[in-house]
Design a protein around this ligand. Structure first.
Ligand SMILES: Nc1ncnc2c1ncn2[C@@H]1O[C@H](COP(=O)(O)OP(=O)(O)OP(=O)(O)O)[C@@H](O)[C@H]1O
Ligand SMILES: [Mg+2]
Length: 228
């Protein structure tokens, strides 16, 4: 890894929600209209407003912001779950907007893991089946993927819970299943949207240290979004 090269580069990203987002963005940039005017005149909501930063290889990068400031919106651009109204997103120097279908699938399934703020689990699947999902998508055999999922259960302190349905777990436990699923994918980058928010202070601290340790050991790039 070249420590000076960019892993994730965000260049002047704007995301405006609404049917006339381009017109709204033009008015925001050229006529300096306010958020309220954008909403009233264009029925548009500003999700991300001119964000630029550069995450170097090996760096753990945190973005903090108030509720509603655009963290979840921003992070969804990195694996192109959302497309910017304007601006550029580069992963290892490649513009994600230029990726074809297959490369985009590869990016989402292998290269980038994501821990969603709302966990996004399959409620009627067991805990291990949820954790093993990224491996299932890759066509890894049932035995191998369940073996891998069971090992990760220990890391997130959910030993013995593997056969329960996801919906039978508490919020904090579900959050840990989401973390475990992201680890199972063994991605190069891990995007984590408020990944420890539902945990009690004790297990939060424990998992935070565990993740920092893992990111060093497994040479993972962590990108954290935290609320303040
Ligand atoms: N799909 C959408 N359609 C319209 N507006 C949206 C959409 N998603 C987000 N927004 C708006 O974008 C802004 C930023 O929301 P976002 O969820 O990114 O904030 P956040 O920083 O993640 O907040 P929190 O800390 O509460 O999770 C909000 O005003 C929100 O209403
Ligand atoms: Mg959010």
């Amino acid at each position: 890894m070249d420590p000076s090269s960019s892993a994730i580069k965000i260049e002047n990203v704007w995301k405006v929600f609404g049917n006339t987002s381009n017109e709204a963005l033009d008015a925001i940039q050229n006529h300096k209209i306010s958020k309220t005017e954008a909403l009233e005149k264009y029925n548009s909501v500003i999700g991300v407003s001119d964000v630029s930063f550069d995450v170097k290889q090996g760096e753990i990068f945190c973005v903090m912001g108030l509720s509603g400031s655009g963290k979840s919106t921003l992070v969804r651009h990195i694996n192109r779950l959302l497309e910017p109204t304007s601006g550029k997103i580069l992963i290892n120097d490649q513009d994600v907007m230029t990726l074809g279908r297959e490369d985009l699938q590869e990016l989402r399934n292998k290269k980038i893991g994501m821990v969603f703020q709302n966990f996004a689990l399959m409620p009627h699947r067991s805990v291990v089946d949820n954790i093993a999902m990224p491996l299932e998508i890759r066509g890894i055999s049932k035995n191998d993927r369940l073996d891998a999922a069971n090992k990760i259960l220990d890391i997130v302190e959910l030993q013995g819970w593997g056969n329960k349905f996801a919906h039978e777990l508490s919020g904090g436990m579900q959050q840990r299943v989401g973390l475990a699923r992201a680890l199972a994918a063994d991605p190069e980058f891990l995007l984590m949207d408020e990944p420890f928010s539902a945990l009690d202070p004790l297990i939060r601290r424990q998992l935070q240290s565990e993740f920092i340790k893992l990111s060093k050991q497994m040479k993972k790039q962590l990108f954290l979004l935290l609320m303040i």
